[in-house]
Each structure stands twice: as C-alpha cells, then as structure tokens.
Design a protein around this ligand. Structure first.
Ligand code: NAD
Length: 502
C-alpha cells in the first residue's frame, strides 16, 4: 500500500489495519507472542475515546527474554555481517516502510490521533528516509591511525590506532508524540553501528512500533537484532533500563523520566542519550517579515497539535509590531479547524489520551487562576480527547504557564522592547531544546543566535528538523545529540589499539 496522495481523506480504514488490530503481539527473537504473564492492556483511539486494540503488557520476564535475544544476535549472526550487508538490510527496510506506508500512516493516526498527512509525510516518509540516510553510514565507520612517542623500553617502537566498535545491546525507549519516527531515530543509527535493539514504545502508542519490528523481520534481519516489548514505563521500561545485558540506553521523553533513567544508567555506568522536554521561545523582531506569521503559528506552534518537544510555546514580540502580529496570530489560530486526524483538512487533532487531555486543560485553568488572559476560550468536540487551541497574554515569567511544559495547543504571547531583554526572557527557563528568532537584519542574527541557550536555533522558521542536523538539548532538555554523524557515535565505543614492534 504505497502512499499516493499525502493530503487525501481516509474514507475507509484499510482491511489490513483492521486485521492487525485484532491481536497485536510483541516480537522477541523473531517470534511474535503475547506477554509471558498473558496480560494485556487497552490502547485507545484519541479521536473517539474508544478502545482500538489490546496489546501485551510486558514485565521483567519479557524484557529479560528480549535482552537475551538481542545479546545472542549481537554475539552471533549480526556481528558476522559485513557493513555492506547491514546497509542492504536497512535499505530493504526503508523500502518496506514505504510499501506499507498507507497502512502504517492509518495505524499511527488511529492510535496517536495526529493528522494523516503528518503520519504519511513524517512518520512514514521521513522514517524511511532516516533508514536510508543511516544505511549509508553503516559503510563509513572509521577510526584513525595515531603517531605516538612512547619508546619503552628503549629501542621499542609503537604504532597506535582507534577502532570504532558497536556498544552492544541498545534499549530504545520512545514517547508517544511521534511514535514511528522516534523509533526510527533510535533504531537506524544503532543498526548502522552494528548494535542490536530492544524497543519499548510509549504505552499509549505501541502499534506502529510493533509493525516496524515486524517489517524488520520481513526485511531479513537475523532473529533478535530488533525486538519490541510493549507495556508500562514503570514495569517494562524500568526493567529494561535496569537489565544488566543492556549496554546503552537511548531515551526520548519527559525531563522527569529522563532524570530517573539517567540516575539508573549511572549506577551501572551504561551509556545514555537523553532527549527531553522543551519550552521553546520564538523572538519576533520589529523588522521581521510579517508574511511569515501564519507559518510561524501553524508549523512553529500548532504542528502535531502542539505535542512537539520544540513547539514555540512562548512567543516574544517586539513592541513595534506587537498589536499587528498578535492580531494575525489570533486570526490564524481562530481559523484552525478541529477534528479527526483521518481528515487532513483538520489542523487541530485530539491529544493523545484522556490523561493528557486532562493535563492540558489543567494547565489552561491554572494559567487563568494565575491571572493570565486567555484570548479565545473556544470549545472542542465532546467526544474524543480534543482541546481547543488557546493563546494567553499578560503572562508573567514566574507563572507555571510560562515555565512548565504543556505539550498541547497552548501558547503565551508577550511584548518586549529591548532585544537583550528578549533574549534574557527567552533563556529564563530550565529547558533549552529549540528556539527561533525572526528578523530580516543579519546583524541581529549574528548577534543574538550565540546568546540563545538552545540545542537548535531556527532563523525565520521553527520546528524544522533534518536527519543531517544535530538535534538535542541544552540544560534540562537532555544530554547528547541525535542525527548526523554525531548520532552514530552514540552507539560506538572507541578502542585504542597500541601495537609494539622493533
Ligand atoms: P514520558 O517520559 O512519560 O514517557 C516516555 C517513555 O518512557 C515511554 O515509553 C514510557 O513508557 C517510558 N517510561 C516512563 N517511566 C519510565 C521509567 N520509570 N523507566 C523507564 N521508562 C519509563 O514521556 P511522554 O509523555 O511519552 O512524551 C512526552 C515528553 O517527551 C515531553 O516531555 C516531550 O517534550 C518529550 N519529547 C522530547 C523529544 C526530544 O527529542 N527532546 C522528542 C519528543 C518528545
């Protein structure tokens, strides 16, 4: 089922999706099964609130099986494969993702709630491209030769080199906002480096991760190279992080969980990469191109219904354009249609779960209690987990609305006069993932980009990632970087080899 038109409406969900939903299974050592305990839990369709499927609720016993399968594959067939063979398998997987693209996209939209257009273009297309990009990296891993000056005992000479070796079994733990894409960001570089993987998707959105690992099997990866366990973070996730057979943890999720995982990882000195929360500022200068405001709001803020770690949820606008820009952003936000992700004409889709809907609504209520002014007060459909977008003005820097991650369609808008003051306000957060500045003045770009504390700073755009562009956080937004050659390093150890000769 290839994707033909990314913006076509899903009138009828595909029969293969319906079949898959009857009994999704985990995949360990190439075998599909339920949890050892037989337990399952329900996952929902956020657009309706109805149960979509029951998936295995894994615990430590399943995790142990999965890590052992991954360790056996790492020691066995996977370690004997040539880089070019790993590359070929990854390219085959990318083709299979595309070939099953419409099915994967529908599954993602049904489970996560997002627009089918985002599912097709980001979850599917960009994930396939990610595997292709990283497939190329598999054949380009290189160490160095080193001149050394040691001469002990006298007369002995040495020659040194570095080897890059796969770190071992990787625990990949992913969030619910971009399930298939986040899994790809982790599995692709791990495989390119020669590691094996146990994937633990977010409990809310496990379905496309299961399908991805099924496609790995179909592509011909040896048994146990990629495994998936589904279940709760506190059980399956915690057991995976603590398992002695895991060499490396790669985690994307909240800062709160990231800190727990970081502490646990250090107990065993496991390698760890943490991609965490954000509260990205957008700084809009008087001289910006006002025609960009629509895209700033649409892509920078409300993309994926605000459930993006880099979403520009704190907008600072210089006084000269404040009234005009506020007007445009308010009108753009008012014009966004709310509804099911299966119809790509809907810009605002449900948030992922009833729990998250309650959280976003509580953030809005708290903002009002704290004295901020809501500009829209719009209502959302009753059925499903919808929240209408909201803009707030009169927001002080110390309010929760300004400091805490909402992870939904909620934005603060504040005026500023002095650019240095704007940068100070933008940096006044514990997070540091993304930021943007909007100006036509090159001098401002050169002056202020270095002052912004964020892993990515966009200029006249926001929220645009690329597989070749390092991505990660300053401050409490994480440790390490994904994408590009840096991502591969996350999954490699450096070994110095020192050879004596006479
Ligand atoms: P979360 O931290 O609740 O869960 C993330 C994953 O961790 C899930 O798979 C969950 O099951 C697992 N988990 C939970 N507790 C665990 C534990 N004790 N041990 C091991 N695993 C555990 O995050 P979420 O709500 O799924 O995702 C939203 C968060 O992710 C937001 O904070 C968002 O900013 C962040 N995020 C960051 C990036 C980035 O690249 N920096 C990208 C996307 C999302």
């Amino acid at each position: 089922m290839h994707i033909s038109q990314p913006d076509s409406v899903v009138e009828t969900v595909s029969a293969t999706v319906g079949d898959f939903l009857k009994s999704p299974q985990v995949l360990i050592g190439g075998q599909s099964s339920g949890a050892v305990s037989g337990a399952t839990y329900p996952v929902s369709n956020p657009a309706t609130g109805e149960v979509l499927a029951h998936v295995p609720s894994c615990d430590a016993a399943d995790v142990d099986r999965a890590v052992k399968a991954a360790a056996a594959a790492f020691e066995g067939p996977w370690s004997r494969m040539l880089p070019v063979q790993r590359q070929a398998l990854m390219l085959k997987l990318a083709d299979l993702i595309e070939a099953n693209g419409e099915e994967l996209a529908q599954l993602e939209t049904l489970n996560q709630g997002k627009s089918i257009m985002l599912s097709r273009l980001i979850e599917v297309q960009s994930s396939a491209e990610y595997f292709r990009y990283m497939a190329g990296a598999a054949t380009k891993i290189e160490g160095t030769t080193l001149d050394v000056s040691i001469a002990i005992p006298p007369g002995m000479r040495y020659q040194a080199q570095t080897r890059k070796e796969p770190v071992g079994v990787v625990a990949a733990i992913t969030p619910w906002n971009f399930p298939l894409n986040m899994a790809s960001w982790k599995i692709a570089p791990a495989l390119a480096a020669g590691c094996t993987v146990v994937l633990k998707p977010a409990e809310e959105t496990p379905l496309t991760s299961i399908r991805l690992v099924e496609l790995c099997r179909e592509a011909g990866f040896p048994e146990g190279v990629v495994n998936v366990v589904t279940g709760m973070g506190e059980t399956a996730g915690a057991a995976l992080v603590a398992h002695p057979g895991v060499a490396k943890i790669t985690f994307t999720g909240s800062t709160e969980t990231g800190k727990l995982i970081g502490v646990q990882a250090m107990k065993d000195m496991k390698r760890v990469t943490l991609e965490l929360g954000g509260k990205a500022p957008m700084i809009m200068f008087d001289d910006m191109d006002l025609e960009l405001l629509g895209a700033a709001a649409g892509i920078g803020v409300f993309f994926n219904t605000g459930q993006t770690c880099c979403a520009g949820t704190r907008i600072y606008i210089q006084k000269g354009i404040y009234e005009k820009a506020l007007d445009v952003i308010t009108n753009v936000t008012r014009s966004l249609s709310i509804g099911s992700g299966l119809d790509p004409r809907n810009h605002i889709n449900p948030v992922v779960s009833a729990k998250h809907q309650a959280h976003v609504k509580a953030c809005i209520a708290r903002g009002i209690d704290e004295g901020a002014t809501p500009l829209l007060g719009a209502s959302a459909p009753d059925k499903g987990f919808f929240v209408a977008p909201e803009l707030f003005t009169d927001v002080r820097q110390d309010m929760a609305l300004m400091q805490d991650e909402v992870f939904g369609p909620v934005v603060t808008i504040s005026p500023f006069e002095d650019p240095d003051e704007a940068v100070r306000l933008a940096n006044d957060t514990r997070y540091g993932l993304g930021a943007s500045i909007w100006t036509n003045d090159l001098n401002k770009v050169m002056r202020y980009v270095p002052k912004i504390q964020a892993g990515t700073v966009w200029v006249n755009s926001h929220n645009i990632p690329d597989q070749n562009m390092p991505f990660g956080g300053f401050k409490q937004s994480g440790i390490g970087r994904e994408h590009g050659s840096r991502a591969l390093e996350n999954y490699l150890e450096t070994k110095s080899v020192c050879i004596a000769y006479r």
